[in-house]
Write a protein that binds this ligand. Structure first.
Ligand code: PRE
Length: 114
């Protein structure tokens, strides 16, 4: 998107925002550093999960089992929704996130079957 199209771009006829207090910037940097650590942990955890599900996919393909198991998914969703509530995370978001991951896993499982 060009600067002209970007609604967040600073318009030349508007004064620029005052520079924030250095203490505010330091706090923002500290929080961003934690966010970066958490994002890295998420990537590593997802990589481990996909290593497991690739083994499951190979096993299912070898033994001619169906890629998807809706009963297992229903139990996973139920469990994650309840964990989300306990953790003060939106359960609908937790469910969407799990479904997003599982749909990618099923795509991998189907590719194993050829
Ligand atoms: O447990 C399985 O049977 C899997 O294939 C793994 C998995 C998952 O990613 O958790 C993926 C697809 C199934 O529908 C259910 C669960």
């Amino acid at each position: 998107m060009s600067e002209a199209q970007d609604p967040r771009a600073n318009r030349s006829d508007e004064p620029s925002a005052p520079s924030p207090d250095p203490a505010v910037l330091a706090e923002l940097e500290e929080m961003r550093s934690s966010i970066d650590n958490i994002d890295a942990a998420l990537v590593h955890m997802l990589a481990e999960r996909f290593k497991c599900t690739k083994r499951v996919g190979r096993l299912k393909a070898t033994h001619d089992l169906p890629p998807a198991d809706p009963d297992r998914e229903a139990r996973q969703i139920e469990r994650l929704r309840s964990l989300a509530v306990e953790a003060d995370l939106d359960p609908a978001f937790a469910e969407k996130f799990l479904n997003f991951i599982i749909s990618e896993v099923i795509r991998h499982h189907e590719a194993f079957r050829g």
